[in-house]
Write a protein that binds this ligand. Structure first.
Ligand code: OFO
Length: 169
């Protein structure tokens, strides 16, 4: 693979590992708030992000590139409300979608069809991840300060199945 694509992919796998860290941090915040359903949801999400990072690791290796792991930034550890956490999650997914789009453009510029095809899974995944986090943001906005509503959403989120297949969301 071309050097600048390899560099961009290495940079992006760091962003996916940061996503893993960020959602794990959100899970721990919810644990401290005794919102077990939200903690579980974030824990599953963090594992998905780790699997996204590993897809980049495998792809770089398969293309005879060199994986260069870099330092992972410290994520935020505190929020003022469950709504604020999920708003952050939604903004973060929008940011990642933008980064994926930039990678697709780079792959196209260099006529790297394998990289282009690899990235298409992430393009679809981002549509789903943005929709899911925005859906929860909207539910939380609807219940506002109602503690019963918050607990109902928490109970609903405990049902998220762990992602056994890293190719599914
Ligand atoms: Fe949230 O999809 Fe990867 O980063």
């Amino acid at each position: 693979m071309k050097r600048n694509i390899e560099d961009a992919f290495n940079l992006h796998l760091n962003a996916e590992f940061y996503s893993f860290y960020l959602y794990l941090s959100m899970a721990n915040y919810f644990e401290a708030q005794n919102l077990g359903g939200m903690a579980h949801w974030m824990r599953v999400q963090s594992e998905e992000e780790r699997s996204h990072a590993m897809k980049f690791v495998d792809f770089i290796n398969d293309r005879s590139g060199r994986v260069m792991l870099q330092q992972i930034d410290q994520p935020r550890t505190d929020w003022n409300s469950a709504l604020e956490v999920f708003e952050d999650a939604y903004s973060h997914e929008q940011l990642i979608s933008g980064k994926i789009d930039e990678l697709v453009e780079l792959a196209n510029q260099h006529h790297d069809h394998a990289a282009h095809q690899f990235l298409q899974w992430f393009v679809s995944e981002q549509v789903e991840e943005e929709a899911t986090s925005l859906g929860i943001v909207e539910q939380l906005r609807r219940v506002g300060d109602n503690p019963v509503g918050l607990l109902m959403i928490d109970q609903q989120l405990v049902g998220r199945a762990p992602s056994g297949d890293s190719t599914s969301a």
